[in-house]
Every structure is written in structure tokens, then in C-alpha cells.
Write a protein that binds this ligand. Structure first.
Ligand code: FAD
Ligand code: NAD
Length: 465
């Protein structure tokens, strides 16, 4: 039985743990392959953040005729060459993934790459189903970075129709005329924007009364209003069954007005992701799980077995790449300096939804502030009220800030509108470094007439004591 100093399960964020400081460690990396082509390098690179944002940018460009019309510029979208868009994007990503795999397999002398699904068969003992058969290995230390996978809900008939998830939908052979998207979270909102901008008729189905309902209620309400104008939006609906009808897929729904059905050539299911703790049989490895089925870790990312750490989607409540990256750096340090471990900082975790419009947020929503009994004041600034917003003729975007009325410290920020993720970054910085709203607003220049004036005004308008 081969024994290693360190075994890393998962080649997403886990792949970036190893650097020169591990050169004299005997390491194994285990990866089963992700997505339709069993790729190396995890979700973000192959089936997540990176390709989706490459499609989102393309979709934003495809939306220029609509944006231009409001400015008095007549543009024409003569067509979308989907195979070319798709192949451009994956023509860039697939070689990076393959290069990463080759580097681990052939270019890292102290690293053994084991390709296959890994399962704990005992505490600190792993069995990997490789193409050459099963191999059982042990190690002094394990890093579990095995991520998660899309959930497919239990709906009668769904197993009889072709179901796409975010893993497969970006590699469609051709654009369908119509697409049904089940789910109104991050993935639903981003792909609805992508496919509708590229000319697909999108029907979006949600269980609740709002799209992106975890956002601050003002933001979710505004986004839902816009979504209803862009897509055939069916909210407060339960999907009762699925069936095939000729070339199409029909979903039978139950809604406020009773039974109804929707049809499309393609179906995308985006109802959340589940951690891969079951795939690796974490319980047999002695690893405690949270109520959500994630691997339980302390603030230094240590799991319940000594010498085992976990990071990213398999253990974090935040399924975001910047969080997985942060936790990777913490685990990396703690592997190298076990005598002086550091903790992850999850105080101000931002997120963004790259849809149309874009959304970005950090800290508490107003509803969370109320539930927690936190004292707060708010200020909302429309894009329509700043000079660059006039330039864009924006009528729907805004920034909303929440601050402590006594200290002026920011406790939440929510932006919906053009470039929201970029605009939010200085607020994240202020929260991390304890900069109060007045100092932030008046202690620096704000470029005029640039979009960050949105934040300058929102900061100045906070009714602080
Ligand atoms: C469509 C989509 C868009 C996204 N967009 C964004 C975004 O814009 N911004 C953002 O911050 N986040 C985004 N995310 C989330 C982000 O991709 C994840 O949070 C991040 O990639 C998680 O990294 P990880 O290292 O924890 O897991 P992963 O990158 O998923 O790595 C886990 C690896 O472990 C492997 N594995 C699993 N089980 C086993 C096993 N038993 N044996 C061997 N190998 C195994 C998997 O094949 C995988 O390669 C997006 C996610 C999706 C799905
Ligand atoms: N821009 C980004 O950072 C980005 C982009 C995509 C994904 N992600 C990450 O990936 C995660 C997964 O994305 P997601 O959109 O699949 O999940 P999500 O949790 O964002 O949204 C899932 C939605 O599906 C609904 N739902 C759950 N079960 C359902 C059912 N049976 N029928 C109908 N609706 C149901 C939920 O109520 C929710 O609204 C996100 O939470 C996020 O952390 C991030």
C-alpha cells in the first residue's frame, strides 16, 4: 500500500496548494474528472465561473442593439454563430485544463496523479478506482477539496427526458429555439441572460415569488420586475411532471392559477448544488458532517480527524471561488506551519450575479439586519441620479448601503446595475479595513463623472448620527 505525506482530493482549488515549498513532500493528487469530457482542474475552470463569464460577456455584446435603441443608435444583430462562440470559449479552456493535468502527471516529480474516483475506506485511507484497477493509499495528511455537483430534483418523468445542468449546457450542439430553466438562483439568472441575449426564448420557473430571493428584498424585487420583462417568468410554480412531446420537452406545472404546462426543445435544471461528501464516503473516513451534508471544519479548515483539512464547496457555506481560494491559502499555510495555524476570514464575503442586470453584494441584507436586531441606517442611490447613469440612460439600477448610525461603519452593500461587481469592490475594502462611511466619502477624490460616484452619493446620503 503506497503511503504519502499528503493526499489532495480534487484538482479545483486543491490543485493550487502545491508550490515550491512542498518540493520535498511526497504528494498524491486524486481527480476523477469533471464535466462531459472528464476534465482536470475543477468546477470554476471547466464548468463554472470562467466559461460562464465568457458566455456572459458575449451575451452582453449581443445585447448592444437593445441598449443602442434607447440611445438613438440603430444596431442590427444579424446572427449568433453559436458553434464559433462555444468553440472559442472551450478552445481556450480545454487546453488550460489539459495542460494542468499534464503538468501534474508528468511535470511535478514529487507528485503522483491518480485519475479516478476516490472513496475513504477507513480513517486516513483512500481507495481510488483508476483505469488500471483499484488502488488503496494512506497518508499522514489529507486535503479534501472534492467540491459539489448539480442537484437533479425528484420529478416524475424527468429521467425520461434530456436534462441539462451547468455541466453540459454550455456545450450544446446548436442553440435551441426555446429553453426552460428550472431554478431562479445564481445559475438560472446567469444562463437566462446568456441564452436569451443570444436569441433563445427562455421560460424560467421558480418555486417562490421572487428571482434571486436571497438578495436584499429591494434588489430581488427589482431584478424580478426586470426578469419578467425579459423572460417568460413563471413564479410560485411547482414542477409536477416532465414528458417528451415530439422534439420538445413538456413540464407540467402547478401554480396560483392551477395546472399549466410549458414546452421547449432544451431543459436546464439549476436548483442548487450538493456537496460531494457522499461520493468520497466522508463518514467512513471518520469525518463529521454538518446538517447540510458538508464536511465540518473549524476556523483553521481542520476536519474532525487529526491531519485532515477540507476547503471549498465541500465544506464551506459559501459556494464561491474567491472563498475556496481564500480557504486554500489558509490550508496551505496550516500544512506548512502546523505550530502556528491561521484562520479563515469569513466576515465580509461578497458575491456577484453576472446576469442582466448585474448584482453584487456584501454584508447584511436589510432583512438580516432586522432579524438580528442590528441598529442600522440605509441610503439608496439610483444610477439615474448620477452623471454616468444619465450617459447610459439607466432607469433601473441602484446602490443600497446599510451602516451603523453611530460609528458610520458599513454593514451591508447591494448594487444592481451595470458593472455592479466592479463598483462594489471599494466597499469590500472599506469593510475589511474598518473605513467609516464619512471618511470614505470625503477622505478621497472620486473621479468625475465616473460610475463610482454612485457609491460616493450613497455614502454621503447615509443619515448618520
Ligand atoms: C455554473 C457555475 C458558475 C459559477 N460562477 C461563479 C462565479 O462567477 N464566481 C464565483 O466565485 N463562483 C462561481 N461558481 C462557484 C465556483 O465554481 C465554486 O465555488 C468553486 O469552483 C469550488 O471549488 P472547489 O475547489 O471547492 O471544488 P471544485 O472546483 O468543484 O473541485 C472539486 C474537484 O474534485 C473532484 N472530485 C469530486 N469527487 C471526487 C472523488 N470522489 N474522487 C476524486 N475526485 C473527486 C471533482 O471532479 C472536481 O474536479 C460557479 C459555479 C457554477 C457551477
Ligand atoms: N456568480 C457566481 O458567483 C455564481 C454563479 C453560479 C453559481 N454560483 C454558485 O453555485 C451555487 C449553485 O447555483 P444554483 O443557481 O444552482 O443554486 P442557488 O442556490 O443559487 O439557487 C437554486 C434555486 O433553485 C430553487 N430550488 C431548489 N429546489 C427546487 C426545486 N425542486 N424546484 C424548483 N426550484 C428549486 C431554490 O429555491 C433556489 O432559488 C450558488 O449558490 C453559488 O454559490 C455562483
Amino acid at each position: 500500500m503506497r503511503h504519502f505525506d499528503l493526499v489532495i482530493i480534487g484538482s479545483g482549488s486543491g490543485n493550487s496548494i502545491l508550490d515550491d515549498r512542498f518540493a520535498d513532500w511526497n504528494v498524491a493528487v486524486v481527480e476523477k474528472g469533471i464535466g462531459p469530457n472528464d476534465a482536470y482542474g475543477g468546477t470554476c475552470l471547466n464548468v463554472g465561473c470562467i466559461p460562464t463569464k465568457m458566455f456572459v460577456h458575449t451575451a452582453d455584446v449581443a445585447g448592444a442593439p437593445e441598449a443602442g435603441a434607447g440611445l438613438g443608435v440603430d444596431l442590427e444583430r444579424r446572427g449568433v454563430r453559436w458553434p464559433e462562440v462555444r468553440d472559442r470559449i472551450f478552445g481556450r479552456i480545454d487546453p488550460i485544463s489539459e495542460g494542468g493535468r499534464r503538468y501534474r502527471a508528468e511535470g511535478s516529480p514529487n507528485v503522483t496523479l491518480l485519475t479516478g474516483e476516490a472513496t475513504f475506506t477507513d480513517v486516513k485511507q483512500l481507495t481510488v478506482q483508476t483505469a488500471d484497477g483499484a488502488e488503496t493509499i494512506t497518508a499522514d495528511r489529507f486535503v479534501v477539496a472534492a467540491g459539489g455537483r448539480p442537484v437533479i430534483p425528484e420529478i416524475p418523468g424527468l429521467d425520461q427526458v434530456e436534462v441539462h445542468t451547468s455541466d453540459t449546457v454550455m456545450r450544446l450542439d446548436e442553440l435551441p429555439r426555446r429553453m426552460i430553466i428550472v431554478g431562479t438562483g445564481f445559475i438560472g439568472a446567469e444562463f437566462a441572460h446568456v441564452f436569451s441575449s443570444l436569441g433563445v426564448e427562455v421560460t424560467m420557473i421558480g418555486r417562490s415569488g421572487k428571482v434571486l430571493r436571497v438578495e436584499d428584498a429591494d434588489v430581488a424585487t427589482r431584478f424580478t420586475e426586470i426578469a419578467a420583462r425579459r423572460w417568460d417568468l413563471r413564479l410560485n410554480r411547482k414542477v409536477v411532471s416532465a414528458e417528451k412531446t415530439g422534439d420538445a420537452i413538456r413540464l407540467n406545472l402547478e401554480g396560483p392559477e392551477g395546472a399549466e404546462s410549458v414546452e421547449a426543445e432544451k431543459l436546464l435544471v439549476a436548483v442548487g448544488r450538493t456537496p460531494n461528501a457522499d461520493l468520497i464516503d466522508a463518514a467512513t473516513g471518520g469525518l463529521e458532517l454538518t446538517d447540510e451534508g458538508k464536511i465540518a471544519v473549524d476556523d483553521t479548515q481542520r476536519a474532525s480527524v487529526e491531519g485532515v483539512w477540507a476547503l471549498g464547496d465541500i465544506s464551506s457555506e459559501h459556494e464561491l471561488k474567491h472563498v475556496a481560494n481564500h480557504e486554500t491559502r489558509v490550508v496551505q499555510h496550516n500544512l506548512l506551519h502546523p505550530e502556528a495555524p491561521i484562520s479563515s476570514d469569513h466576515r465580509f464575503v461578497p458575491h456577484a450575479v453576472f446576469s442582466g442586470p448585474q448584482i453584487a453584494a456584501v454584508g447584511l441584507t436589510e432583512q438580516q439586519a432586522q432579524q438580528r436586531g442590528v441598529e442600522y441606517v440605509t441610503s439608496t442611490q439610483d444610477y439615474a441620479g448620477i452623471a454616468y447613469g444619465w450617459a447610459m440612460e439607466d432607469t433601473t439600477g441602484f446602490a443600497k448601503l446599510l451602516a451603523d448610525p453611530n460609528t458610520g461603519l458599513l454593514i451591508g452593500a447591494h448594487v444592481i446595475g451595470p458593472q455592479a461587481p466592479t463598483l462594489l469592490q471599494p466597499i469590500i475594502q472599506a469593510m475589511h479595513f474598518g473605513l467609516d462611511a464619512r471618511s470614505m466619502a470625503r477622505g478621497q477624490y472620486w473621479i468625475h463623472p465616473a460610475m463610482p460616484e454612485l457609491l460616493e452619493n450613497a455614502l454621503l446620503n447615509l443619515p448618520l448620527n
